[in-house]
Design a protein around this ligand. Structure first.
Ligand code: GLY
Length: 327
């Protein structure tokens, strides 16, 4: 059941000082500012409606002794394996040439990061991203190189194009002008942030990207600082929605920097979206949503347009909320 967002917002607002919008120049501050009282840990926050199942999987992982890194990986895996979810993993809508290509990244509390872009035939790109982080000297592997690495690491290949997604692609080809679809329905990238009982934050982000995109297109989701950013001294942020707009403004990094300067997670998401909107004359034509989590376990989200939901697991509850929006 979705909660009354005003209740949630007023709950989050307790103890948060009102802080005016900050210029980018002022974001160089190094010392994190306390924003709100500490929450009972762990806390997990995940984008969109699939976030409830994702949070449950992450909580189960933490209960069995996992770290926040283990939890975010385990948390997004059900969405990657859900053939009915047409925005992540198997069942994701293909590109305009009929290929399902996946992007994912992961980041831990020590600032380690791993990413795969434009990878095909691999069911769990988030796990490959983690292997890139832990087993290679690199942060990012792309395309055939990422696929080859995954196979070398023991991942099996899987046909990710489901009957339904092929049918949708066939339908799209009948009427399209062979252009990628850029609209507000192109969402449901899974982005998750978790803080464990030790106060360690990790994040994960995984997607099949824009439906019917050009072959080779990569969005924001696997780009550290765009789709995901974590700084354990401050907090983390994840973005969902039109990747091109997020890439141009490094929205997740910016959100964390706003938190560093004392903004609450919700206010930081809003300020980052105001920056994004200021740089995009057509911002009313697409959706971007952001969620954020600070080092004290306080969380929040904001969106360009209405309808952006996220799931929050804290204090023994796991509930959906609809974010406030600029438009
Ligand atoms: N935010 C997902 C994408 O644009 O690919």
């Amino acid at each position: 059941m979705k909660n009354n967002r005003r209740n949630f917002i007023s709950k989050l607002s307790l103890g948060i000082a009102t802080i005016p919008a900050l210029s980018l120049a002022s974001c160089a501050q190094e010392t994190p500012v306390e924003t709100a009282p500490k929450k009972a840990l762990p806390v997990i926050i995940t984008t969109w409606d699939a976030g409830i199942v994702a949070n449950e999987a992450a909580l189960a992982n933490l209960k069995s002794g996992g770290t926040s890194l283990d939890a975010v990986e385990a948390g997004v895996m059900p969405a990657e394996a859900d053939a009915a979810n047409q925005y992540v993993g198997i069942g994701g809508k293909p590109d305009r040439d009929g290929y399902v290509t996946l992007d994912a990244c992961i980041m831990d509390w020590e600032g380690n990061a791993g990413s795969v872009c434009f990878v095909q035939d691999i069911l769990h790109p988030i796990s490959v991203a983690r292997r890139v982080m832990e087993k290679t000297p690199h942060v990012m592997l792309v395309g055939t190189g990422a696929r080859q690495f995954a196979i070398e690491e023991g991942f099996e290949t899987t046909d990710l194009l489901t009957e339904q997604s092929k049918k949708d692609w066939d339908e799209w080809r009948k009427t399209s002008e062979y252009k990628p679809v850029i609209n507000t329905e192109n969402h449901d990238t899974i982005g998750m942030l978790a803080i464990d009982e030790k106060g360690n934050i990790s994040g994960a982000c995984t997607t099949s990207g824009m439906a019917f995109k050009m072959h080779g297109r990569v969005g924001d989701s696997p780009i550290i600082g765009a789709g995901l950013f974590v700084d354990n001294e401050v907090g983390g942020a994840v973005a969902t929605g039109l990747g091109e707009a997020v890439l141009r403004t490094l929205t997740s990094f910016l959100t964390v920097e706003f938190m560093r300067n004392g903004m609450s997670p919700k206010d930081a998401c809003k300020a980052a979206l105001e920056r994004l909107a200021a740089k995009h004359k057509n911002f009313k034509d697409f959706q971007v949503g952001i969620i954020a989590l600070d080092k004290n376990g306080n969380s929040g989200g904001y969106a360009l347009q209405g309808g952006f939901t996220f799931a929050l697991a804290e204090d023994g509850k796991n509930e959906m909320f609809e974010a406030e929006s600029l438009i």
